[in-house]
Design a protein around this ligand. Sequence first.
Ligand code: 9MG
Length: 261
Amino acid sequence: MGVVNVTPDSFSDGGFCLDARSAIDHALKLHAAGADILDVGGESTRPGAQPVTLEEEQHRVLPVVEALAGRGLVVSIDTQKPAVMQAAIGAGAAMVNDVLALRAPGALEAVAGTDAAVCLMHMQGEPRSMQQAPVYADVVREVRDFLQERVAVCELAGIGRARIVVDPGFGFGKALAHNLALLAGLGRIAGLGLPVLAGMSRKSMLGALTGRDVQQREFAGVAAHLAALARGARILRVHDVSAMRDALAVWNALEDVRDGT
Ligand code: 9MG
């Protein structure tokens, strides 16, 4: 999954996409580099990010979703707003990526009446304050229980398991030790029996481990996502698609040998 941020405040994490045209061009490059899914977002979820209005978010993302889906590409809409989910699905998005795990009023209904897939992500707190003092007794168990509960709520609302992806939400209300525990214990999340999405690309956990600035975390990101893959992740949400694809080419070659083919 390639990250397509249509947000002026994503400049430091690769935000060349200040308008629809540049977002579409960027997304096409990610697709050419090997991204199977393009995750289009119009509101930053980084710690301290400013919220945007519904109108502004729709204005940013809908032309991009329409253009990419119109070319037959698989588009995911990264949003917390039910109205954006509905409009983006109408414009061709095949998946909703919601860091709130459909907890906003109306979000379950916005997805249930469609055949779109959904990624349910764990977050402690809210983006503005989530990194101030995250606390867990057992982070893997708590994240797993939360996701299991949200899956049950989705199923009751008519969103079948075949449409659901789960995500521990690296960096969303987690200190470095929590992120590392989640990465090490990702197999317990995969034990839920649903595809797991992992997103660590350029995040501060990689900066803390390497001492590198946000634009220089490519190698650390590849290593982290391979570690996630080894523990059962099936979708990797990354900015640096070419690097990740090269690593996967090596990884998959080895899998074929293990399979005896
Ligand atoms: C929008 N966004 C930013 N980071 C993310 C992550 O780790 N997972 C998902 N699903 N979405 C994310």
